[in-house]
Write a protein of this length. Structure first.
Length: 278
């Protein structure tokens, strides 16, 4: 028999074996793919149903997306194991291999596991919740969502900020909302010729007449510094956290108008230069 005939025979044999394997495994493969697709669709529905049920039960909004994500991931793991068994992979050996691989993956994904643990700690100790204005890792924003691995903030500039939970649980977090009030720190400089008592009265009047400034704790105005070109007053109103920027801008504008109306000068930086002629 020639080499060509031998090659043709081997090719026919391989083709027949591939055909037989296809007949044996094609139905299982098609069924497993359908199971995977349908399972993912069902898991998505279950996750949404769980979150909707928690909303109706008035569960803490911070917990809702976290539990939805956790349920989704657990069901997906079970689905993938089931699909693997349908294809013909022995689940016992598969789970053993998965356990061994889990150790290696765990070492490689220490950061992700730390983020998961951080998310659990956030759920337990609640340093912040959805809707709180916080500052963490150098970012300021309103908490929109607490996921399994990350916390989502919306900054005042409408930027979406994603912070790993491991960083927030192990680092410092400033929560501006938990006390129900926040202080706005402003500084106003006036001329050295201005009357101190009159200036304080004018600035305090602005704070008292602003409907978004809290009167308890009482707003404060005090002389803070005698600078090179001006006498600086510390203006300290309190407001609700969600009114911070409204108070910041409206009080600044109102103080400028009130000082102008009372002929109190806001000086430009200046220096006295003395020329000595020899």
């Amino acid at each position: 028999m020639s080499t060509i005939d031998t090659s043709i025979t081997q090719l026919e044999t391989l083709t027949m074996k591939a055909y037989e394997l296809g007949l044996a495994y094609a139905p299982k493969l098609v069924l497993s793919i359908l199971t995977l697709l349908i399972g993912l669709w069902i898991i998505s529905g279950i996750s949404k149903l769980v979150q909707a049920s928690m909303v109706r039960s008035k569960v803490d909004p911070t917990l809702i997306p976290f539990m939805g994500s956790l349920v989704s991931w657990l069901l997906k793991v079970l689905l993938f194991i089931s699909v693997a068994s349908m294809v013909g992979v022995a689940t016992t050996s598969f789970i053993a291999v998965l356990g061994a691989a889990g150790l290696a993956i765990g070492l490689a994904l220490q950061g992700s596991l730390a983020n998961f643990a951080g998310g659990v700690l956030i759920m337990i100790f609640k340093p912040y919740k959805v809707g709180d204005l916080i500052e963490s890792q150098g970012h300021l924003g309103v908490v929109k969502e607490v996921q399994i691995f990350n916390t989502i903030l919306l900054s005042p500039q409408s930027k979406r900020i994603i912070i790993p939970n491991g960083s927030t649980s192990n680092g410092s977090v400033v929560n501006y909302s938990v006390e129900g009030k926040i202080r706005v720190d402003l500084t106003v400089g006036v001329s050295y010729d201005a009357d101190i008592d009159q200036t304080k009265a004018v600035l305090m009047d602005v704070l008292v007449n602003n409907d978004k400034v809290m009167q308890e704790p009482a707003p404060f105005v005090g002389l803070s510094e005698m600078a090179d070109s001006s006498v600086n007053f510390a203006v300290r109103p309190h407001c609700l956290p969600e009114h911070y920027w409204d108070v910041y801008f409206s009080v600044n504008e109102a103080m400028k108008k009130a000082l102008d109306k009372n002929a109190i000068t806001i000086p430009f930086p200046q220096r006295d230069v003395h020329l000595i002629q020899s």
